[in-house]
Design a protein around this ligand. Structure first.
Ligand code: G6P
Ligand code: ZN
Length: 569
């Protein structure tokens, strides 16, 4: 069969700038004639000329508009010189699974069809993200080139070809290219089995049936992975998973694992006294750990995993090279820094966005990292990994219990032990979603003004409800110089530091698809000797005074015209 290449004339679209994690817009936007084609062509233009044996991985969270976009990528990719496509069965590959497939099969890159945790369906969001050969999101110099190409595009190339059957696993020829549709789950499960002490976890679960487990896929992509992992590999009953059939619209839900959007998990955990609950987001890279009466903040989660890793998780054992370094994104609490200091490990504070961890991992300086935005992961791939984090917690709990024959240890026991050693970083994030861009800009400008004039330094603010007093030490604007390639990322969020070590960070989201989203992150550290009462409070109580002060000094409510945040995590 011949596959003639056609050149289709087109015009640039405004605003095809890839954000923190690719281009995310409403499905309706992507459905405009030439819109998706332009962006896909821009990806290939930005990496042209393609090497002769260029291999591309394609897959995503299975959201609405994915199957047709895979066909678009096949046509445009082939016309631009891709020689081999590795495609997830039915267009499904979770983000961590895609990262693994790129690395394992030494592909040159991958296109991930996902808008992560944003809702899906004909009236919701779609996204296209380009990952490079290390399996991680394209760095800024690549996304800048893609954006530049979208602004000058005048035509795109396609081959005329019949669609590939994405439901059929196996290899087919596609004109000058080969297309392999792979089992989306197998490689990923093998990876997880190679990292964790699966026999120990199984033994623990087998001998402690009272340790109930529930994973909620929120109808995102992890359903496929979790059902194999939990029921087949770990031998748990079907009742240990729920909402694990991936749906193109995520069942109408918002597939984001936090206390607001993962309500199905929270309700089931509370109703059935589940000791270990967890959820993941639409594309499988985020996670939330939540058991009866126990919520692990993502900032604590990475610190706890880092603390136990070498002892409990085979991949990080001394024998396998040990833990190299730790890292967190700037707004994430400093709990992980404390673990690194105690263990004498190198640690890093990077801007928000997983891509910033990749260089450090490639350089062999980073093993475990995390972000407050429910992202946790390690150098086994170059994306964060929801199920990895869930299994890491199960591995740690299995190990801790193997050392505690007389008392069943749960999530809270692990947390309390951690705080009693390192102290606790109370942490919370307030999100103001889809506010006016103008108001958001005013908030940022006002903070920058204070920064320039040092007008808040040494000023004392007190909370009316708790009587706590906070004195501003310094305001700064976070800027990062990558220690590996020297690239500089400026304006990554404004930090208000107080003299007691507490801090508040203001940052504009880079992942929204409409208006602006402002995030306010608050952190207050309590030392390990502060006593059980001070260490074990609800985060909202531990942070009450600081939040009041933060809202007051920033004038946030006035600038944004919002009394309450949309989401609190
Ligand atoms: C994506 C990235 C994360 C990042 C998050 C930030 O999920 O993969 O690494 O933390 O976006 O989102 P935001 O909306 O705060 O820019
Ligand atoms: Zn995600």
């Amino acid at each position: 069969m011949s596959f003639p290449v056609k050149e289709i004339p087109t015009k640039p679209f405004e605003g095809q700038k890839p954000g923190t994690s690719g281009l995310r817009k409403r499905v309706k936007v992507f459905q405009q004639e030439h819109y998706t084609e332009n962006f896909v062509q821009a990806i290939f233009t930005s990496i042209a000329p393609l090497p002769n044996d260029f291999t591309l991985v394609v897959g995503g969270d299975g959201r609405f508009f994915s199957p047709e976009t895979v066909q678009t990528i096949l046509k445009i990719g082939t016309a631009n010189g891709v020689k081999k496509f590795i495609i997830g069965h039915k267009s499904i590959l979770s983000t961590p699974a895609a990262s693994n497939v790129i690395r394992k099969y030494k592909a040159n890159g991958g296109i991930l069809l996902t808008a992560s945790h944003n809702p899906g369906g004909p009236n919701a969001d779609f996204g296209i993200k380009y990952n490079v050969s290390n399996g991680g999101p394209a760095p800024e110099n690549v996304t800048d080139k893609i954006f530049a190409a979208t602004k000058t595009i005048s035509s795109y190339k396609v081959v005329e070809a019949p669609p590939v059957d994405l439901a059929k696993i196996g290899e087919t020829t596609y004109g000058p290219a080969k297309v392999t549709v792979i089992d989306s789950v197998q490689d990923y499960v093998e990876l997880i089995e190679s990292i964790f002490d699966i026999p120990l976890i199984k033994k623990f679960l087998d001998t402690h049936p009272e340790f109930s487990v529930l994973f909620d896929g929120l109808h995102g992509v992890t359903g496929s992975y979790a059902s194999r992992l939990f029921t087949k590999v770990l031998g748990l009953p079907e009742s240990s998973i729920q909402n694990c059939v991936p749906l193109p619209d995520f069942g109408g839900g918002h597939p984001d694992p936090n206390l607001t959007y993962a309500k199905t998990l929270v309700d089931a955990v509370e109703a059935n006294n589940i000791l270990f609950g967890a959820a993941s987001d639409g594309d499988g890279d985020r996670n939330m750990i939540y058991g009866k009466g126990a919520f692990v903040t993502p900032s604590d989660s990475v610190a706890v995993i880092a603390d136990w890793a070498e002892e409990a998780i085979p991949y990080f054992s001394k024998k396998n090279g040990g833990v190299k370094g730790l890292a967190r994104s700037m707004p994430t609490s400093k709990a992980t820094d404390l673990v690194a200091k105690k263990k004498g490990l190198e640690y890093f504070e990077v801007p928000t966005g997983w891509k910033f961890f990749g260089n450090l991992m490639d350089a062999g300086r980073l093993s475990i990292c995390g972000e407050e935005s429910f992202g946790t992961g390690s150098d086994h791939i170059r994306e964060k990994d929801g199920l990895w984090a869930v299994v890491a917690w199960l591995n740690i709990l299995a190990y801790a219990n193997s050392q505690s024959p007389n008392k069943l240890l749960g999530i809270n026991d692990i947390l309390q032990r951690h705080w009693s050693i390192y102290g606790r970083s109370y942490f919370s994030r307030y999100d103001y979603e889809e506010v006016s861009s103008e108001g958001a800009q005013k908030l940022v400008d006002a903070l920058n003004k204070h920064l320039d004039a040092s007008s808040l330094a040494n000023k004392e603010f007190s909370s009316a409800s708790t009587n706590e007093k906070y004195v501003v030490k310094e305001i700064s604007n976070f800027s990062y110089t990558d220690p590996i390639d020297g690239s500089v990322s400026k304006n990554q969020g404004q930090i208000v530091e107080f003299t007691d070590g507490s801090r508040v960070v203001f940052r504009l989201s880079g992942t929204g698809s409409q208006g602006a989203t402002v995030r306010m992150y608050v952190e207050r550290y309590v030392a390990p000797d502060a006593g059980e009462k001070s260490l074990g409070a609800q985060a909202s109580d531990g942070l009450k005074g600081l939040i009041e002060v933060a809202l007051h000094l920033s004038n946030l409510k006035e600038f944004l015209g919002r009394e309450e945040p949309t989401v609190i995590t």
